[in-house]
Write a protein that binds this ligand. Structure first.
Ligand SMILES: [Zn+2]
Length: 415
């Protein structure tokens, strides 16, 4: 059987798994598969059962991730195919799950075609990718690669209130091992990490392409609580006397947007999101000039040097706006995540496997792949066309488009 026919023959398996994980997470109008909880656990059990039927060896690790390994007899470093099975609350079915299912289906296709790949292959179901459960995302891959920030094991689950350490232990993991700075898997022992994920923007719909080759995942700098302090005043105060915190917030937001558009025009992709933007509800009124203002900022870019330069520009813009408006601007708490550039060899391999038809694009979102790339593992990602974004019940992926990604993945694994 040709590889193309063998992949096509997996469509019923893929559809069944997509339907079964949807059933596990059913929470109308969306899907909820809670991390380190029954939803994620049932999805892990379902895929482990399927993997065993395919002759794969299943094992857990200290972070309670699931590895499904095809020992091909090759002594080469293994190729890992990962993604996650948790979802946000009332999210969609495909963010994460489609990628784990793609890995299983690619192996099933290679086996059906009688092809022995060049290295052992492991499909990973990584725990708790979504940040909603503990206020921290990508937890499974952080556990695997010793990239948990200090205090992470003490974070509490949004639903159960259990700490991350307790939640990991309840799912068969070993939180004590995770306090060790040594990775569960030595990055140097991993041949490659690849991930299939739905696209979370409409770029592939715009391009009319089922599959895209990911160039990089964004890193970010986040300031959740920016505080602007001016002077509260009466509506009658003339403009020249005002130190208006609300207008300073608006000024800052528009200056940041100007920066964004200028960078885009110069061919340096980035994004700015101001998710919270408000005067204090206990003080604000129709007839007062606001003396204080609060906003959040998520600044993302695809290259470490670009992100550093943008953060410097942010500092300059803050100083300019503060001076112009007579206010003080405190950026407050800062968190950061490294960008995840994809490996050029894997990208070229995916391109050859796709018949050179797939567009290259940046991923709108961060993924577990970021942690592997940051750890120095050669990393690649395939993005699958998807309507309506993600983290909502209306994300929409055609199984046929996922099959196209599985075809690229299987051909690359075979090559
Ligand atoms: Zn995801």
């Amino acid at each position: 059987m040709t590889i193309t026919d063998a992949v096509a023959a997996q469509q019923p398996l893929v559809q069944r798994l997509l339907d079964d994980v949807a059933e596990i997470g059913r929470d109308p109008p969306g899907i909820t598969r809670d991390a380190y909880g029954p939803g994620e656990n049932l999805a892990h059990a379902l895929l482990a059962e399927t993997a065993r039927d395919l002759g794969l060896r299943c094992s857990g690790d200290a972070g309670a991730n699931l590895a499904m390994r095809w020992d091909t007899g090759s002594g080469a470093k293994p190729i890992l195919i990962g993604s996650h099975l948790d979802s946000v609350v009332q999210g969609g079915n495909f963010d994460g799950a489609a990628g784990v299912i793609a890995g299983i289906a690619a192996i099933a296709a290679l086996k059906a075609a009688g092809i022995a790949p060049r290295a052992p292959i492991e499909v990973l179901a990584l725990r708790c990718e979504e940040a909603v459960w503990f206020g921290l995302g990508l937890i499974g891959s952080r556990c695997l690669l010793a990239r948990l920030p200090d205090g992470a094991l003490d974070l509490r689950h949004a639903r159960t209130g259990a700490t991350l350490a307790e939640s990991i232990a309840a799912c068969g993991g070993d939180p004590a091992r995770l306090r060790d700075a040594t990775p569960l898997r030595d990055p140097a022992s991993i041949g490659a990490y690849v991930e299939v994920h739905i696209e979370q923007a409409p770029q592939l719909i715009e391009a009319g392409a089922p599959v895209g080759l990911c160039l990089a995942n964004p890193g970010n700098v986040r300031h959740p609580f920016i505080r602007i302090t001016g002077e509260e005043a009466h509506t009658g105060l003339p403009h020249r006397f005002r130190r208006d915190a609300a207008l300073a917030g608006a000024d800052l937001a528009l200056e940041l947007e100007k920066l964004w558009l200028a960078e885009e025009a110069a061919g340096r992709p980035m994004a700015i999101t101001i998710g919270r933007f408000h005067t204090p509800s206990e003080r604000h009124s129709l007839t007062s000039v606001s003396g204080s203002f609060t906003m959040s900022l998520d600044l993302r870019a695809y290259a470490p040097a670009h992100l550093t330069a943008l953060e410097q520009r942010l500092g300059e813009i803050v100083a300019t706006v503060a001076g112009r408006r007579g206010v003080t601007i405190e950026l407050g708490t800062r968190s950061a995540a490294a960008p995840g550039p994809m490996d050029a060899m894997i990208l070229a391999g995916f391109e050859a496997a796709s018949g050179a038809a797939a567009p290259r694009l940046n991923s709108p979102g961060s993924h577990d792949a970021n942690n592997f790339a940051a750890a120095g593992v050669p990393t690649g990602m395939l993005l699958v066309r998807n309507a309506n974004g993600s983290h909502n019940p209306y994300e929409s992926m055609d199984t046929g488009d996922l099959m196209a990604a599985i075809h690229v993945l299987a051909r690359w694994l075979a090559g």
